[in-house]
Design a protein around this ligand. Sequence first.
Ligand code: SIN
Ligand code: FE2
Length: 203
Amino acid sequence: MISIAPGISYYPGYWNAAEQAALVAELRVVLKLAPLFTPTMPKTGKPFSVRMTNCGMLGWVSDREGYRYQEHHPLTGEPWPSIPLMVREAWEKIADYPHDPEACLINYYGPQAKMGLHQDRDEQDFEAPIVSFSLGDTAIFRIGGTERGGKTTSLKLHSGDALVFGGPARLVYHGIDRILAGTSTLLGREGRVNLTLRRVNKP
Ligand code: SIN
Ligand code: FE2
């Protein structure tokens, strides 16, 4: 584990190759039940460049009505599938938080996708950290401080890496500058999958 700043822990190669393949197999089942959808920006309705879905009791969605957590997939109306066991176990190991995650956002980045700098602040409970896992192509991740417009640094997130931000870093700005297409063969196609685990409600 590498401590990048107070509250930010980076685990390069958290999952080995066999574990990454097992996780991809689990995610294929999740994606069958809860297909990727294209979220849109609040108010403008402009589509995100990432596609997303969720697993867990709650899922994060965005559309013209705004950002929120909800219990159902916006297109199928079905409850989200459960979070794969290996992912819940990884949260138990590295979140340093005594309650289960409620939401696991699954982002799929094609080669051209990116995500602007933002804070994760739609949760009621900022005591729990954000735990994120990367699979597939390498991403240039950008991370700053808790104020918009502050200094930022970039970090390459590779397939199998985990990143935890909590405590004083729970509300840091972060985003994805770009995907380095073709840097991994894990997914059998270009692109990157990111899993972001969150506790939404106070326990
Ligand atoms: C996110 O902030 O929702 C995703 C970050 C990432 O893709 O690593
Ligand atoms: Fe985020």
